[in-house]
Design a protein around this ligand. Sequence first.
Ligand SMILES: *Cc1c(COP(=O)(O)O)cnc(C)c1O
Length: 398
Amino acid sequence: MTRAGSALANNYSPLPVEVASGNGAWVTDVEGRRYLDLLAAYSAVNFGHGHPALIAAAKAQLDRVTLVSRAFENDQLEPFAAELAALAGKEMVLPMNTGAEAVESGIKVARAWGYRVKGVEHDRATIVVASGNFHGRTTTIVSFSDDPSARDDFGPYTPGFRIVPYGSAEALEAAIDETTVAVLLEPIQGEAGIIVPPEDYLPAVRRLCDVHRVLFIADEIQSGLGRVGATFACDLVGVVPDLYLLGKALGGGIVPVSAVVGNRDVLGVLRPGEHGSTFGGNPLAAAVGRAVVRMLATGEPQERARELGAVLQRRLEALVGRGVTAVRVRGLWAGVDIDPAVGTARQVCERMMAEGVLAKDTHGQTVRFAPPIVIDEADLEHAIDVLERVLTTAAQPA
Ligand SMILES: *Cc1c(COP(=O)(O)O)cnc(C)c1O
C-alpha cells in the first residue's frame, strides 16, 4: 500500500524498505540497514547492482552520445544487434525498451508474417497463448491474461488470442487452425510462480509449430540471459524458438533494453515506417546491451547460476514438509510454495525483510527467489537460513 497522502499512483504494494544504494547482491536502505536482494528486480539485475563492467560501459557512453533516435544511425546499434543475434544463434534483432514492447513487437511481427508469408486471411490472425501467462501490462497483452487483477476493468480487449492450459500439447494443437500465426509462451512461467512445464512440452510445441507452420515465440524476458543456468530456458530442453523476446537483464539493471530476436525470414517482414520507438536502440541502451552480451558470451554467468542453483535446490528441497509444500528450481530461480499453516507468502517476505533478506511473494502462497547471479555462495546459504528460521518460528502460535 502506498503511504497515506502519497503523490504516487497506488499500483504497487511494496515491502516497506526504502533503498538508497546497492552493490552486488546487497542493497542498503536510507537508515543504513543492509539487505540481501533475492529478487534482483525480477531478473533485471541478474548481474548484480552496480556491476563494474556494466557501469563502466554506461559511463563511457554517457560521455559520448545517449540518444539520436532511429532517424539517424549510431555506432553502437549495429554491433549490438550483431552480437546479440550471435549470442542467440539468430540473424536479426529488433530493439525496443521494455519487455511489454518486445511482446507487442513480437505480436505485430507474427501477424505481418502471417499475412505476408503464410497467407492467412487479412485481419483474421490468431495467436495461441497459455493459461497463467504473464507478458506485460499493455491493453493488448492484458487482453489475453487470465488474471482478473491484471485484466478486469481494462477492456474492451484486443481480439485474436486463444488461451489454452499451460503444459498441454494436446490442448495447444486443438487450438491451432488455418488462422494461427504464432504460439506465444513463457518456457518457464515466472509471475505464475516459476511454473516448469512437463519435460516434453516445449519440444512438442516446437514440433506442432513446425507441422502447422506456426511461429514459436518464446517470452524469455524473465527466464533468459543466464537466470536458469543457461542462456535461455529453452536451452534446458534443447528447443529453439522462431522468436526470442528479451528484456529485463538485457539492460543490465541500468536502462530498459528489450528486443525481438529471430531470423531474416520472419523479422525481415518489417518495412521502414511500420514499427518503431523513439528510444529503442539508443546508443546508451545499445552500449549497455553490448556489455551484457559480452558477459553472457563467456558462459560464466550461466555456469555460476547452474552451480549456485544446485545449492539453492538442495537447501530448498530440504524445507519441503517444514513450512514449505513444494519447490520448483531451475538455476538461480525458485518458486517456494508456503504452507498456509505458516502464513501467507507476503507474511513470510515481511518476516524475512525484518531479518535482512528481500524476496517477493506471488499469487498468495508462493515466494519467488531470483538472486543476482553474482551472489556469494555464503550469502545465498545465509538467505536460506533466514527463510528456514522464519518458517520454523512462524509455525509457533503467536
Ligand atoms: C516482466 C515481464 C514482461 C514485461 O516486461 P516489462 O519490462 O515490465 O514491460 C513480459 N514477459 C515476462 C515473462 C516478464 O517477466
